[in-house]
Design a protein around this ligand. Structure first.
Ligand code: NDP
Length: 334
Protein backbone atom coordinates (compact mmCIF):
# COMPACT_ATOMS: atom_id res chain seq x y z
CA UNK A 1 0.00 0.00 0.00
CA UNK A 2 1.39 3.44 -0.89
CA UNK A 3 2.06 5.65 2.11
CA UNK A 4 0.16 8.87 2.71
CA UNK A 5 2.76 11.61 3.14
CA UNK A 6 1.94 14.34 5.65
CA UNK A 7 3.18 17.89 6.01
CA UNK A 8 2.61 19.58 9.35
CA UNK A 9 1.68 23.25 9.33
CA UNK A 10 2.44 24.50 12.84
CA UNK A 11 4.98 23.41 15.44
CA UNK A 12 2.24 23.37 18.05
CA UNK A 13 1.56 21.71 21.37
CA UNK A 14 -1.29 19.58 20.00
CA UNK A 15 0.95 18.33 17.18
CA UNK A 16 3.71 17.52 19.66
CA UNK A 17 1.49 15.89 22.29
CA UNK A 18 -1.09 14.07 20.19
CA UNK A 19 -1.06 14.34 16.43
CA UNK A 20 2.47 13.27 15.48
CA UNK A 21 1.83 10.10 17.44
CA UNK A 22 -1.60 9.63 15.85
CA UNK A 23 -0.20 10.01 12.33
CA UNK A 24 2.86 7.82 12.84
CA UNK A 25 0.69 5.14 14.49
CA UNK A 26 -0.86 4.49 11.07
CA UNK A 27 0.89 1.75 9.10
CA UNK A 28 0.37 3.74 5.89
CA UNK A 29 1.59 7.18 6.99
CA UNK A 30 4.80 9.14 7.07
CA UNK A 31 5.52 12.74 8.03
CA UNK A 32 7.79 14.25 5.42
CA UNK A 33 7.84 17.95 6.39
CA UNK A 34 7.03 20.57 8.99
CA UNK A 35 6.39 24.30 8.64
CA UNK A 36 7.04 26.70 11.50
CA UNK A 37 7.35 30.47 11.13
CA UNK A 38 10.27 30.25 13.52
CA UNK A 39 13.29 28.60 11.87
CA UNK A 40 14.78 27.32 15.12
CA UNK A 41 11.45 25.98 16.43
CA UNK A 42 10.83 24.15 13.15
CA UNK A 43 14.33 22.62 13.11
CA UNK A 44 13.98 21.49 16.71
CA UNK A 45 10.59 19.94 16.07
CA UNK A 46 11.87 18.17 12.96
CA UNK A 47 14.85 16.76 14.87
CA UNK A 48 12.68 15.63 17.78
CA UNK A 49 10.39 13.58 15.52
CA UNK A 50 12.85 12.65 12.74
CA UNK A 51 10.96 14.69 10.13
CA UNK A 52 13.24 15.05 7.10
CA UNK A 53 12.35 18.58 5.94
CA UNK A 54 11.56 21.86 7.76
CA UNK A 55 10.28 25.09 6.22
CA UNK A 56 9.37 28.58 7.39
CA UNK A 57 6.78 29.28 4.65
CA UNK A 58 3.71 27.20 3.80
CA UNK A 59 3.98 27.93 0.06
CA UNK A 60 7.55 26.61 -0.03
CA UNK A 61 6.66 23.43 1.83
CA UNK A 62 3.68 22.77 -0.43
CA UNK A 63 5.87 23.26 -3.49
CA UNK A 64 9.10 21.52 -2.44
CA UNK A 65 8.12 18.66 -0.12
CA UNK A 66 6.54 15.35 -1.17
CA UNK A 67 3.16 15.71 0.53
CA UNK A 68 -0.33 14.27 0.04
CA UNK A 69 -2.02 15.79 3.10
CA UNK A 70 -1.46 18.60 5.57
CA UNK A 71 -2.38 18.90 9.22
CA UNK A 72 -2.95 22.55 10.21
CA UNK A 73 -2.52 23.34 13.92
CA UNK A 74 -1.44 26.96 13.92
CA UNK A 75 -3.32 29.62 15.87
CA UNK A 76 -6.92 30.03 14.73
CA UNK A 77 -6.60 33.15 12.59
CA UNK A 78 -4.14 31.38 10.27
CA UNK A 79 -6.26 28.30 9.44
CA UNK A 80 -8.21 30.06 6.68
CA UNK A 81 -5.31 31.27 4.52
CA UNK A 82 -3.29 28.09 5.05
CA UNK A 83 -6.22 25.87 4.04
CA UNK A 84 -6.76 27.88 0.86
CA UNK A 85 -3.07 27.48 -0.03
CA UNK A 86 -3.15 23.73 0.62
CA UNK A 87 -6.35 23.26 -1.39
CA UNK A 88 -4.86 25.22 -4.31
CA UNK A 89 -1.88 22.82 -4.19
CA UNK A 90 -4.35 19.85 -4.21
CA UNK A 91 -3.41 18.57 -0.76
CA UNK A 92 -5.92 16.93 1.57
CA UNK A 93 -6.48 19.07 4.66
CA UNK A 94 -7.03 18.08 8.27
CA UNK A 95 -7.55 21.39 10.06
CA UNK A 96 -7.80 22.24 13.71
CA UNK A 97 -10.93 23.71 15.22
CA UNK A 98 -12.22 26.34 15.11
CA UNK A 99 -11.86 26.18 11.33
CA UNK A 100 -11.70 29.97 11.15
CA UNK A 101 -12.87 33.12 12.91
CA UNK A 102 -15.90 33.81 10.70
CA UNK A 103 -18.55 31.76 8.93
CA UNK A 104 -17.63 33.45 5.64
CA UNK A 105 -14.01 32.26 5.92
CA UNK A 106 -14.97 28.71 6.86
CA UNK A 107 -17.49 28.58 3.99
CA UNK A 108 -14.72 29.61 1.61
CA UNK A 109 -12.44 26.88 2.99
CA UNK A 110 -15.09 24.19 2.49
CA UNK A 111 -15.77 25.43 -1.06
CA UNK A 112 -12.06 25.58 -1.96
CA UNK A 113 -11.44 21.99 -0.82
CA UNK A 114 -14.55 20.75 -2.58
CA UNK A 115 -13.49 22.48 -5.79
CA UNK A 116 -9.96 21.05 -5.52
CA UNK A 117 -11.38 17.55 -4.96
CA UNK A 118 -9.46 17.05 -1.70
CA UNK A 119 -10.69 15.66 1.62
CA UNK A 120 -11.28 18.40 4.19
CA UNK A 121 -11.59 17.31 7.82
CA UNK A 122 -11.93 19.11 11.15
CA UNK A 123 -10.02 17.80 14.16
CA UNK A 124 -13.09 17.31 16.32
CA UNK A 125 -11.60 14.43 18.30
CA UNK A 126 -14.49 13.75 20.69
CA UNK A 127 -16.77 12.15 18.11
CA UNK A 128 -13.99 9.55 17.68
CA UNK A 129 -14.12 8.56 21.36
CA UNK A 130 -15.47 5.05 21.96
CA UNK A 131 -17.64 6.45 24.78
CA UNK A 132 -19.47 8.93 22.54
CA UNK A 133 -19.81 6.29 19.80
CA UNK A 134 -21.45 4.02 22.37
CA UNK A 135 -23.83 6.74 23.60
CA UNK A 136 -24.87 7.45 20.02
CA UNK A 137 -25.46 3.74 19.34
CA UNK A 138 -27.54 3.31 22.51
CA UNK A 139 -29.78 6.22 21.50
CA UNK A 140 -30.15 4.88 17.96
CA UNK A 141 -31.09 1.46 19.41
CA UNK A 142 -33.87 3.12 21.43
CA UNK A 143 -32.29 2.38 24.82
CA UNK A 144 -33.68 5.58 26.35
CA UNK A 145 -36.77 6.06 24.18
CA UNK A 146 -37.20 9.56 22.80
CA UNK A 147 -34.33 11.88 23.84
CA UNK A 148 -35.74 14.98 25.59
CA UNK A 149 -32.79 16.76 27.20
CA UNK A 150 -29.01 16.71 27.05
CA UNK A 151 -26.38 18.22 29.34
CA UNK A 152 -22.79 18.79 28.34
CA UNK A 153 -20.39 19.71 31.13
CA UNK A 154 -16.91 20.56 29.88
CA UNK A 155 -15.60 22.63 32.72
CA UNK A 156 -11.84 22.26 32.98
CA UNK A 157 -8.70 24.07 34.08
CA UNK A 158 -6.58 25.32 31.18
CA UNK A 159 -3.01 24.07 31.79
CA UNK A 160 -0.43 26.78 32.49
CA UNK A 161 1.53 26.06 29.28
CA UNK A 162 -1.61 26.83 27.23
CA UNK A 163 -2.38 30.09 29.01
CA UNK A 164 -0.91 32.13 26.14
CA UNK A 165 -2.78 33.47 23.03
CA UNK A 166 -5.86 31.40 24.00
CA UNK A 167 -6.61 33.63 26.96
CA UNK A 168 -5.35 36.97 25.68
CA UNK A 169 -5.37 37.49 21.91
CA UNK A 170 -8.78 38.30 20.40
CA UNK A 171 -7.21 38.39 16.92
CA UNK A 172 -6.44 34.67 17.29
CA UNK A 173 -9.96 33.87 18.50
CA UNK A 174 -9.09 33.71 22.19
CA UNK A 175 -11.64 32.54 24.73
CA UNK A 176 -13.36 29.41 25.85
CA UNK A 177 -16.15 29.48 23.25
CA UNK A 178 -13.96 28.93 20.19
CA UNK A 179 -11.68 26.65 22.18
CA UNK A 180 -13.96 24.27 24.10
CA UNK A 181 -17.64 25.03 23.36
CA UNK A 182 -16.98 24.37 19.68
CA UNK A 183 -16.10 20.73 20.57
CA UNK A 184 -19.21 20.39 22.73
CA UNK A 185 -21.40 21.45 19.80
CA UNK A 186 -19.80 18.93 17.48
CA UNK A 187 -20.11 16.11 20.00
CA UNK A 188 -23.77 16.88 20.61
CA UNK A 189 -24.54 17.05 16.87
CA UNK A 190 -22.80 13.72 16.37
CA UNK A 191 -24.32 11.86 19.31
CA UNK A 192 -27.88 13.05 18.72
CA UNK A 193 -27.84 13.40 14.93
CA UNK A 194 -29.55 16.71 15.54
CA UNK A 195 -28.82 20.40 14.89
CA UNK A 196 -28.77 23.39 17.22
CA UNK A 197 -31.17 25.96 15.74
CA UNK A 198 -31.05 28.67 18.43
CA UNK A 199 -29.09 29.50 21.56
CA UNK A 200 -29.09 31.63 24.64
CA UNK A 201 -25.87 31.99 26.65
CA UNK A 202 -24.09 33.96 29.37
CA UNK A 203 -20.32 34.17 29.70
CA UNK A 204 -17.83 35.15 32.38
CA UNK A 205 -14.43 36.76 31.88
CA UNK A 206 -11.71 38.15 34.08
CA UNK A 207 -10.80 35.15 36.21
CA UNK A 208 -8.10 33.89 33.83
CA UNK A 209 -8.68 36.17 30.84
CA UNK A 210 -9.10 39.92 30.46
CA UNK A 211 -12.75 40.80 31.29
CA UNK A 212 -13.89 41.00 27.63
CA UNK A 213 -12.60 37.52 26.71
CA UNK A 214 -14.81 34.67 27.95
CA UNK A 215 -13.17 32.14 30.27
CA UNK A 216 -16.46 30.42 31.09
CA UNK A 217 -19.85 30.10 29.43
CA UNK A 218 -23.19 28.49 30.21
CA UNK A 219 -26.26 28.29 28.07
CA UNK A 220 -28.86 26.32 26.22
CA UNK A 221 -29.17 25.07 22.67
CA UNK A 222 -32.56 24.46 21.14
CA UNK A 223 -32.24 21.53 18.78
CA UNK A 224 -34.18 20.96 15.56
CA UNK A 225 -35.96 17.95 17.13
CA UNK A 226 -37.23 20.11 20.01
CA UNK A 227 -34.69 18.71 22.49
CA UNK A 228 -33.07 21.22 24.86
CA UNK A 229 -29.36 20.91 25.59
CA UNK A 230 -27.64 22.65 28.46
CA UNK A 231 -23.91 23.36 28.24
CA UNK A 232 -21.11 24.65 30.45
CA UNK A 233 -17.57 25.09 29.23
CA UNK A 234 -14.79 26.82 31.10
CA UNK A 235 -11.05 27.29 31.65
CA UNK A 236 -11.04 28.02 35.35
CA UNK A 237 -12.28 25.08 37.47
CA UNK A 238 -9.86 22.47 38.71
CA UNK A 239 -12.26 19.94 40.21
CA UNK A 240 -15.56 20.10 38.27
CA UNK A 241 -15.03 16.98 36.15
CA UNK A 242 -16.77 16.53 32.82
CA UNK A 243 -19.96 14.79 31.74
CA UNK A 244 -22.26 14.21 28.80
CA UNK A 245 -25.83 13.17 29.62
CA UNK A 246 -28.89 12.42 27.52
CA UNK A 247 -32.26 11.96 29.22
CA UNK A 248 -35.12 10.30 27.37
CA UNK A 249 -38.67 9.03 27.90
CA UNK A 250 -37.49 5.54 28.90
CA UNK A 251 -34.04 6.07 30.35
CA UNK A 252 -30.98 8.21 30.84
CA UNK A 253 -27.40 7.86 29.64
CA UNK A 254 -24.72 9.35 31.85
CA UNK A 255 -21.21 9.69 30.44
CA UNK A 256 -18.77 10.59 33.25
CA UNK A 257 -15.36 12.14 32.54
CA UNK A 258 -15.93 11.70 28.79
CA UNK A 259 -15.09 15.22 27.51
CA UNK A 260 -11.38 14.50 27.35
CA UNK A 261 -8.50 14.27 24.92
CA UNK A 262 -7.67 10.92 26.48
CA UNK A 263 -9.76 7.80 25.98
CA UNK A 264 -11.14 7.73 29.49
CA UNK A 265 -14.52 7.87 31.16
CA UNK A 266 -17.47 5.61 31.83
CA UNK A 267 -20.93 5.33 30.33
CA UNK A 268 -23.92 4.36 32.51
CA UNK A 269 -27.40 3.45 31.33
CA UNK A 270 -30.29 3.99 33.75
CA UNK A 271 -33.70 2.50 33.01
CA UNK A 272 -36.54 0.92 34.97
CA UNK A 273 -34.32 -2.12 35.52
CA UNK A 274 -31.66 -0.05 37.32
CA UNK A 275 -28.23 1.31 36.44
CA UNK A 276 -25.65 -0.57 34.39
CA UNK A 277 -22.10 0.28 33.39
CA UNK A 278 -21.90 0.00 29.61
CA UNK A 279 -18.59 -1.55 28.47
CA UNK A 280 -16.55 0.65 26.10
CA UNK A 281 -13.13 0.22 24.54
CA UNK A 282 -10.35 2.72 25.17
CA UNK A 283 -8.76 3.37 21.79
CA UNK A 284 -6.82 6.59 21.25
CA UNK A 285 -9.23 9.20 19.83
CA UNK A 286 -6.70 10.87 17.57
CA UNK A 287 -5.41 7.56 16.18
CA UNK A 288 -9.02 6.61 15.34
CA UNK A 289 -9.51 9.99 13.68
CA UNK A 290 -6.43 9.82 11.46
CA UNK A 291 -7.26 6.25 10.47
CA UNK A 292 -10.67 7.42 9.22
CA UNK A 293 -9.07 10.38 7.47
CA UNK A 294 -6.79 7.98 5.58
CA UNK A 295 -9.81 5.87 4.62
CA UNK A 296 -11.49 9.01 3.26
CA UNK A 297 -8.39 9.89 1.22
CA UNK A 298 -8.44 6.37 -0.20
CA UNK A 299 -12.12 6.81 -1.09
CA UNK A 300 -13.26 4.04 1.25
CA UNK A 301 -15.70 6.23 3.19
CA UNK A 302 -16.57 9.83 3.98
CA UNK A 303 -14.68 11.45 6.85
CA UNK A 304 -16.75 11.91 9.98
CA UNK A 305 -16.11 15.52 11.14
CA UNK A 306 -15.89 16.97 7.69
CA UNK A 307 -15.15 20.59 6.84
CA UNK A 308 -18.92 21.11 6.74
CA UNK A 309 -19.15 19.83 10.34
CA UNK A 310 -16.39 22.27 11.33
CA UNK A 311 -18.29 25.07 9.61
CA UNK A 312 -21.44 24.16 11.52
CA UNK A 313 -19.71 23.98 14.93
CA UNK A 314 -18.13 27.38 14.23
CA UNK A 315 -21.48 28.93 13.25
CA UNK A 316 -23.07 27.69 16.48
CA UNK A 317 -20.09 28.83 18.58
CA UNK A 318 -20.28 32.31 17.06
CA UNK A 319 -24.01 32.38 17.88
CA UNK A 320 -23.15 31.48 21.50
CA UNK A 321 -20.61 34.33 21.57
CA UNK A 322 -23.18 36.75 20.15
CA UNK A 323 -25.86 35.70 22.63
CA UNK A 324 -23.45 36.04 25.56
CA UNK A 325 -22.53 39.56 24.38
CA UNK A 326 -26.06 40.79 23.69
CA UNK A 327 -28.09 38.79 26.19
CA UNK A 328 -30.45 37.91 23.34
CA UNK A 329 -31.57 34.54 22.00
CA UNK A 330 -29.76 33.99 18.69
CA UNK A 331 -31.27 31.94 15.87
CA UNK A 332 -28.67 29.93 13.98
CA UNK A 333 -29.17 30.04 10.22
CA UNK A 334 -28.69 27.11 7.84
P1 NDP B 1 0.29 26.35 20.48
O1 NDP B 1 0.27 27.69 21.14
O2 NDP B 1 1.07 25.28 21.12
O3 NDP B 1 0.81 26.49 18.99
C1 NDP B 1 0.22 27.38 18.08
C2 NDP B 1 1.32 28.06 17.26
O4 NDP B 1 2.07 28.91 18.13
C3 NDP B 1 2.30 27.09 16.68
O5 NDP B 1 1.90 26.72 15.40
C4 NDP B 1 3.61 27.88 16.68
O6 NDP B 1 3.79 28.65 15.51
C5 NDP B 1 3.45 28.87 17.80
N1 NDP B 1 4.22 28.44 18.96
C6 NDP B 1 4.41 27.18 19.43
N2 NDP B 1 5.19 27.18 20.52
C7 NDP B 1 5.53 28.47 20.74
C8 NDP B 1 6.31 29.12 21.69
N3 NDP B 1 6.94 28.43 22.66
N4 NDP B 1 6.42 30.46 21.62
C9 NDP B 1 5.79 31.17 20.65
N5 NDP B 1 5.04 30.59 19.71
C10 NDP B 1 4.90 29.26 19.75
O7 NDP B 1 -1.22 25.96 20.26
P2 NDP B 1 -2.05 24.62 20.49
O8 NDP B 1 -1.30 23.43 20.07
O9 NDP B 1 -2.56 24.61 21.85
O10 NDP B 1 -3.28 24.88 19.49
C11 NDP B 1 -3.08 24.93 18.10
C12 NDP B 1 -4.40 24.75 17.38
O11 NDP B 1 -4.92 23.47 17.70
C13 NDP B 1 -5.50 25.74 17.76
O12 NDP B 1 -6.28 26.00 16.63
C14 NDP B 1 -6.32 24.99 18.80
O13 NDP B 1 -7.67 25.44 18.85
C15 NDP B 1 -6.23 23.58 18.28
N6 NDP B 1 -6.30 22.53 19.33
C16 NDP B 1 -7.12 21.46 19.11
C17 NDP B 1 -7.21 20.43 19.99
C18 NDP B 1 -8.04 19.23 19.66
O14 NDP B 1 -8.10 18.32 20.48
N7 NDP B 1 -8.63 19.15 18.51
C19 NDP B 1 -6.50 20.48 21.28
C20 NDP B 1 -5.60 21.62 21.40
C21 NDP B 1 -5.54 22.60 20.44
P3 NDP B 1 4.72 28.12 14.32
O15 NDP B 1 3.97 27.01 13.76
O16 NDP B 1 4.81 29.21 13.35
O17 NDP B 1 6.00 27.67 14.92
Amino acid sequence: MTKIRWGLIGASTIARQNMVKAITAQPDAEITAIMSRDHERGQKFAAEFAIPMAFTAVEKMLHDAPIDAVYISTTNELHHGQTLLAAAAKKHVLCEKPLALTVAEATQMVAACRQAGVVFGTNHHLRHAPTHGKIRALIKDGAIGKPLYARVFHSTYLPLNLQTWRISNPDAGAGVILDITVHDIDTLRFVLDDEPVATIARATGGEMTPQHIPDGVMGVWEMKSGLLAQFHSCFTTKYAGTAFEVHGTKGSIIGRNVMSQRSVGEVYLRTETGEELVPTSHDNLYVNLVKLFHQAIRGEQKFAASGADGLRSLAVALAVAESSRTGQRVVIGD
